[in-house]
Design a protein around this ligand. Structure first.
Ligand SMILES: [Zn+2]
Length: 264
């Protein structure tokens, strides 16, 4: 086994064996509303996974942003929620750096007008770069994390893109266990993607963020946000979509203990 792999395994074991700082749960819950809905077992698991994740990433504050413990915990907890039920995940090892901006940042975007291409800066809340870093606006991380029931969460969205990228393509299909699972995934996702496009073009209200109609990659990312934040509503209006996501993520957010007492 290569030395670096051995070193990483040793480091992970050492991190996992250390007790979790007592103030972490409260500090995480401040910016991540879903945390308190999890079972105690899932909270403990999340704290361990995110500790490894946070230690292995390079964190960088941009445009004057200070990246302290609260920022790292808020982002790490939300990203690692996605990993809780995925066997053999690698702690998002392909994401080397996390660049945090205080607010939305400007990204150049190309706009075509006939043969002319205009480059215009547009504000962005999050960007997942293939084989590169993730960029996040802290203001949007907090807004998305604190409101845990509106189906909008920029960290879940961007890290869903990284799960999607694990097979080398951004096509809305992360690595799946079996051929049967893949066939079911493709059938349900294709149907639901077209359903969103049609509803959106007809001007109808949709549970899923209409941004998901852009392409199958965006569809998977917005479906992930909805699955964790509005699972009851997804189960009722998109039961097949809920089931394939439940199978992939190995989680059942509609049944989380914190949700038993409320209707969402
Ligand atoms: Zn996206």
């Amino acid at each position: 086994m290569p030395f670096l792999t051995l070193f990483r395994q040793w480091r992970r074991r050492r991190l996992l064996a250390r007790p979790i700082p007592a103030h972490w749960p409260e500090l995480i819950a401040r910016n991540f509303g879903l945390f308190n809905l999890l079972s105690e077992a899932d909270q403990t698991k999340l704290l361990k996974v995110m500790r490894v994740f946070a230690a292995e990433r390079h964190w960088e504050g941009c445009a004057g942003m200070e990246v302290g413990e609260e920022v790292r915990l808020a982002i790490a907890s939300q990203a690692c929620l996605l990993l809780l039920g995925i066997p053999d995940h690698d702690y998002f090892s392909q994401v080397r750096s996390i660049l945090v901006y205080p607010q939305a940042y400007l990204l150049p975007q190309h706009r075509h007008e006939g043969a002319v291409v205009h480059e215009e800066p547009v504000p962005a809340a999050g960007t997942a770069v293939f084989n590169g870093p993730v960029l996040l606006s802290w203001e949007d991380v907090v807004r998305g994390g604190r409101n845990a029931r509106d189906g909008r969460n920029v960290v879940l969205h961007e890290f869903a893109h990284f799960l999607d990228m694990e097979e080398g393509l951004v096509n809305g299909t992360p690595p799946l266990g079996s051929r049967k699972e893949l066939e079911m995934w493709q059938s349900v996702m294709t149907e639901e993607y077209h359903r969103l496009r049609q509803a959106s073009e007809a001007g109808l209200a949709t549970l899923l963020n209409r941004y998901g109609k852009m392409d199958p990659g965006e569809f998977f990312a917005v479906a992930t946000e909805c699955f964790f934040e509005q699972p009851g509503r997804m189960q009722r209006s998109h039961p097949r979509l809920y089931e394939v996501l439940k199978g992939y993520f190995g989680q059942d957010p509609a049944g989380w203990p914190g949700r038993q007492t409320s209707s969402w």
